[in-house]
Each structure stands twice: as structure tokens, then as C-alpha cells.
Ligand binder design. Structure first.
Ligand SMILES: [Zn+2]
Length: 185
């Protein structure tokens, strides 16, 4: 199974991006360059608990009677704090478009692929693996960075062995959880 086919989404991302666009429209930003805008979203997302789901479930959960107003307030609060930081110390860049990337995502995919490679007696379906990816990412503090769009690879900070270990633990835990959940369906 090609793991790049698994698409997951942090449900905070769209919400935070919308809030950032609104703050921008309201003139709260001291600079409106793409880098500053994306930095605010990255800092805000790093301060919120990661809430990953397979993309095909994102809408379903939103309709399940969650406290949407509470979530909006949390997103606004996080974005406001991030905005204060960026307004105080902006890192403008010449790139016209910047992308928001959680560097955990690439690492988790790599580790997941490796774990599956070593456990080939077990077969997994695509929905199972999508959930495993989402659950793994929920276990790890998000590491959003902004990179110029078009860069094939996000510049990932040097990986500390202990953070690599944490990723293995998260992936194993996520696979166990998926196994348990799917066996009772
Ligand atoms: Zn700027």
C-alpha cells in the first residue's frame, strides 16, 4: 500500500486559516505578507491539540453536534496570541506563497511504512491505515513550519533520537487502537 495515498487533515487548520484571514481583513496584522500570515497560522496550530482525521471523515465529525462555538473561540484565542508574537518579531520572506506543513506528518508516514514493512503477516485496509496515521499525529505535539510553496520537501529540523522514539511509540499505539476499534465493528 502506497502510504502517500492516505490523506489526513488536522481539523484545526481550516478554522485557524479562516480566523487568520478575518484578522487580516480587520487590519490586525502589521504586515500582510504571505510569510507573516502563514507564520501566525503555524504558531497558532502548534499551540492547539492536534485533531487529525482521515479527510473523508472531516465533514462527518463537524456535523456531530460538537461545540463549534467553543472551537472557534479556542482558534481565535490561539491566533490572537500568535499574531501578537509575529507583529512584534516578523520574519518576512521574499517568497510570494508559503505553505503550512506539519513536519510530523512526513516522519510518521516514514515510520508507519517501516513498521508495516516489518509486520507483513498482518494486512491493513486503507481506512485502517488512514486512522492509524491520524491517531499517530494526534499523539505528537504539532510541528508546523512555513516553507516557500514549490519546495518539494519541508526543511525538517534535525531529528533528535528521542523524538524519533516518540514517533515509533505513537505509531505502535495508533495501530493497536485501530486494531481494537475495527475488530469490534
Ligand atoms: Zn511580513
Amino acid at each position: 500500500m502506497d502510504l502517500t495515498l492516505l490523506k489526513v487533515e488536522n481539523r484545526w487548520q481550516k478554522l485557524v486559516e479562516d480566523v487568520v484571514e478575518r484578522f487580516l481583513a480587520e487590519g490586525s496584522f502589521s504586515c500582510s505578507c504571505s510569510k507573516c500570515r502563514t507564520d501566525v497560522a503555524a504558531i497558532a496550530l502548534n499551540s492547539l491539540p492536534p485533531d487529525y482525521v482521515p479527510v473523508e471523515y472531516a465533514g462527518e465529525l463537524a456535523a456531530s453536534g460538537e461545540d463549534l462555538l467553543g472551537r472557534l473561540i479556542q482558534a481565535e484565542d490561539a491566533a490572537l496570541k500568535a499574531l501578537e508574537l509575529v507583529n512584534k518579531a516578523p520574519h518576512h520572506s521574499g517568497a510570494s506563497q508559503n505553505a503550512l506543513i506539519n513536519s510530523n506528518e512526513e516522519l510518521v508516514r516514514t515510520v508507519l511504512a517501516e513498521v508495516l514493512e516489518h509486520n507483513q503477516e498482518q494486512t491493513w485496509t486503507k481506512p485502517q491505515l488512514s486512522w492509524a496515521l491520524a491517531y499517530s499525529l494526534r499523539e505528537l505535539a504539532p510541528k508546523y513550519t512555513t516553507t516557500p510553496k514549490g519546495d518539494a520537501y519541508a526543511r525538517v529540523e534535525e531529528i533528535h533520537p528521542s523524538s524519533m522514539a516518540a514517533i515509533y511509540v505513537a505509531v505502535h499505539k495508533a495501530l493497536k487502537r485501530v486494531q481494537a476499534e475495527f475488530s469490534t465493528r
